[in-house]
Design a binder for this molecule. Structure first.
Ligand code: PLP
Length: 370
């Protein structure tokens, strides 16, 4: 690799910090001087600002996205003996959180074009659940595109199942003009540093309009306390600290512009890669995509990855192995479209730290490699 070429990665958390350095440094200094480091003004302000951004009724900050899913499911009454329907081409966290509640995951097939939960496949799985053990559905808005929420909510409702949206990759995405995270009973967000809205450490939130369930998340995130030192129920320690909340407040005003920046890069990739052998991402009608990942598909993934690495371009693969094929969660199911997607997906660099010239360089390298 010529050493004049800058290395490109599928994510760049430092660029996110540098873009808002003055605001973030001021926010950190403010918290350090305040003397309150846990559950103070910054958290309360972030919760209301983030809810307002989404158009959601309420928000409760927690320690990370995995906890957000687990505590939201527990707040919705999910536990041992229940089953929860989700997809297998997600990060382990989605399923680890389901298992942490005591429930058992059930894997629903994906749509072949969007690679998101297929509402019709969900309906088939729910119909087959004659004992009504599937008490919740967790659609994952993977890569930045929201699932077919009108259909998924309707199918779940008809079965009496709750809906918890996994929004960890979809801050600001919409379906039918409504934000991802406002369709289900509750929604879970992650603020891991590389997400579209990232902290500089761990962070997460549960969002939703079910005030009772959200109140329950607030108990569960701190030992089950309603009143200090008295646990109403068995809770956890899962707190979003003041430093992270203040950093998120400093970054939130940029989120819409950063999503637009990502969309501009995605549009350029789509233009430059049209007509090549890679299968390009598809955005379904009525949806907006926030391009957490720009995922193309090819059966020659490893060859493409090696060719790009030789040019200093490092791609991610989200996710190579379906959850039910991983030793820790092995299950006796087969979802052929899910398996095909896992075998073919590769994420090209796309984040707000890039330039259009970087995108053009990557696209040219992809063309040359194939
Ligand atoms: C990142 C992510 C999570 C987990 O979030 P953490 O903050 O890392 O716990 C869950 N689901 C999806 C789809 C994610 O991308």
């Amino acid at each position: 690799m010529p050493d004049t070429l800058r290395q490109l990665y599928s994510a760049d958390p430092k660029a996110g910090y540098l873009a808002a350095k003055a605001e973030i440094d001021a926010a950190v200094a403010r918290v350090l001087a305040s003397g309150t480091y846990i559950h103070g003004r910054e958290l309360a302000a972030f919760e209301s600002e983030f809810a307002a951004f989404l158009g959601a009724r309420g928000c409760a900050g927690v320690a990370n996205g995995t906890d957000a899913i687990e505590l939201a499911l527990r707040a919705l009454g999910i536990g041992a003996g229940d089953r929860v329907a989700t997809v297998a081409n997600t990060v382990t966290a989605t399923v680890a959180a389901i298992v942490a509640t005591g429930a058992e995951p059930v894997f629903v097939e994906i749509e072949s074009d969007t690679m998101l939960m297929d509402a019709r496949a969900l309906e088939v799985v729910l119909r087959a659940d004659t004992e009504r053990r599937i008490k919740a559905v967790v659609p994952v808005h993977l890569y930045g595109q929201a699932c077919d929420m009108p259909e998924i909510v309707a199918v779940a409702l008809a079965h009496g199942a709750k809906v918890l949206e996994d929004c960890a990759q979809a801050h600001g995405a919409t379906v039918s003009g409504r934000t991802a995270g406002t369709w289900g009973d509750l929604a879970a967000f992650s603020f891991y540093p590389t997400k579209n809205l990232g902290a500089l450490g761990d962070g997460g939130a549960v969002v939703g309009g079910d005030a009772g369930a959200l109140e329950r998340v607030r108990l569960l995130r701190q030992y089950g306390w309603r009143t200090r030192y008295v646990s109403d129920e068995h809770g956890r320690n899962s707190r979003l600290d003041e430093l992270q909340a203040a950093i998120l407040r400093a970054r939130l005003p940029r989120l819409a512009a950063e999503n637009a920046y990502r969309a501009q890069f995605a549009a350029r990739y789509l233009e430059l890669l049209a007509g090549t052998p890679v299968r390009l991402p598809v955005v379904a009608a009525g949806r907006t995509h926030v391009w957490h990942q720009f995922v193309v598909r090819t059966a020659k993934r490893e060859a493409l990855r090696a060719a790009l690495e030789a040019q200093g371009i490092f791609c991610g693969v989200l996710y190579p192995v379906p959850i039910y094929r991983q030793p820790g969660y092995a299950g006796d199911v087969a979802r052929p479209l899910t398996e095909k997607a896992c075998a073919e997906v590769i994420s090209l660099p796309l984040h707000p730290g890039l330039t259009v010239a970087d995108v053009e360089r990557v696209a040219a390298a992809v063309r040359a490699a194939l």
